[in-house]
Design a protein around this ligand. Sequence first.
Ligand SMILES: [Zn+2]
Length: 245
Amino acid sequence: MSNCYICYSVLNKRTSSKEHIISNACGGRLKSFRLLCRACNEKMGAGFDAELAKQTSHVVALLDIKRDRKRTHPEMDAEKGPIDGDAINKSIAKSAINFFIMKGGDKKFIQHLIPFFLNQEKLDGVEFHFPDESFYRYEPEEVSHIIKLVGHPTERILYCYIELFNTNNFIVRLNDHYDGPAINKTYIYDVLQSKELKKEFPVNYTRSELFSFFPNTNPHLISQHITKRHNRIIDIARQRDRRKL
Ligand SMILES: [Zn+2]
């Protein structure tokens, strides 16, 4: 029997809900019924997940990505508002927590983050992050979501690196006093081929390296990275369109 990791209610046939590890609106396919109750799932979906959906909708449209539901996702119809960085951070942190719990992680290591999801308080511990590009070789037409979860008991860190469309890349500090088992899990899902890629993503940081990424105070550099990576996606979309002609 599992419990909702937000409100701890027991999950059964009636109360459980399908939670996408990475938002469905982004074409994420990995999902679990053992994470959130229906009420919490709906609350999160309508809140900060909607903000992420809004901000990635142009990439989804560009690549003509299939989502779980055929009709327009309700998240996409969310009211247009100002860009809310904190909402995005919470949505990304939720993906990281989803993945951690799904892989059998103990809820006690993420418990301190739950209050941030329930109130308006700003969540620290999520930053844009662009690892050294020699770490990982993209396939010629790879457009993927990447999750890399690392639990490092000797460094006492638990963190998760997340790429959305290989463009919006984040690092999430889940626990700075981690003393659970060593964890090293990679998940890579190619959104164009609709399949999981069995590859490794070899980021592995020490405690001081990890902490040096916080806060990321160079918006100019962030936007350079994103633009460069976004251009790669546009090139791939163009190549695909040409083949369709
Ligand atoms: Zn709940």
